[in-house]
Design a protein around this ligand. Structure first.
Ligand code: HEC
Length: 144
């Protein structure tokens, strides 16, 4: 059994070591090499796209970074998956886009609005997901 003095030394030593580990990990987490967002690439166009994303309730059907509803495809990597031309067609078409059965709202966005949303998707697409690249979505039987 530990004497009272040994117990105190053990307690204080253990507290000090775990405290130093905690400080070390905090410094590491906040260091530049651990910065996984690309916030320096947020342009005014990206901000406009994000506003369109929020004011049109896209998350009522889609997810981005896994957040939102599970009715329509996940859009985190949609630029990689579909390319900008395809997305522009989806956003500007006057008739609901539905090659896979469920209907996308025919927002009929202007060219500029579509470009803003695409800039937003492009920025999201470049976030470092720490290797978690494949987010599964509904209607994904065809190519992803
Ligand atoms: C009422 C539900 C609904 C809402 C709201 C909605 N979408 Fe969609 N969206 C869909 C569905 C369903 C599809 C898939 C259509 C298909 O491929 O048949 C789709 C497809 C897409 C695609 C193509 C994705 C792919 O992988 O093919 C993009 C890009 C997209 N939507 C963007 C948006 C944006 C931006 C908004 C908001 C401005 C939005 N959607 C709002 C239902 C919705």
């Amino acid at each position: 059994m530990l004497s009272k003095k040994q117990a105190r030394t053990f307690f204080l030593g253990g507290t000090l070591v775990t405290f130093l580990v905690f400080i070390g990990l905090t410094v590491y987490s906040l260091s530049k090499s651990q910065d996984q967002t690309n916030h320096e690439n947020i342009t005014e166009q990206v901000v406009r796209g994000k506003n369109l994303w929020e004011t049109n309730n896209c998350m009522g059907c889609h997810t981005i970074l896994g957040e939102g509803a599970y009715y329509a495809p996940e859009l985190t990597k949609v630029i990689d998956r579909r390319g900008k031309g395809y997305i522009k067609a989806v956003l500007t078409t006057p008739v609901p886009w539905a090659p896979n059965g469920r209907k996308m709202v025919a927002y009929g966005f202007s060219n500029e609005e579509a470009d803003d949303l695409i800039a937003f998707f492009d920025w999201i697409d470049d976030i470092d997901l720490n290797g978690f690249e494949r987010i599964v979505s509904p209607l994904s039987n065809d190519d992803n």
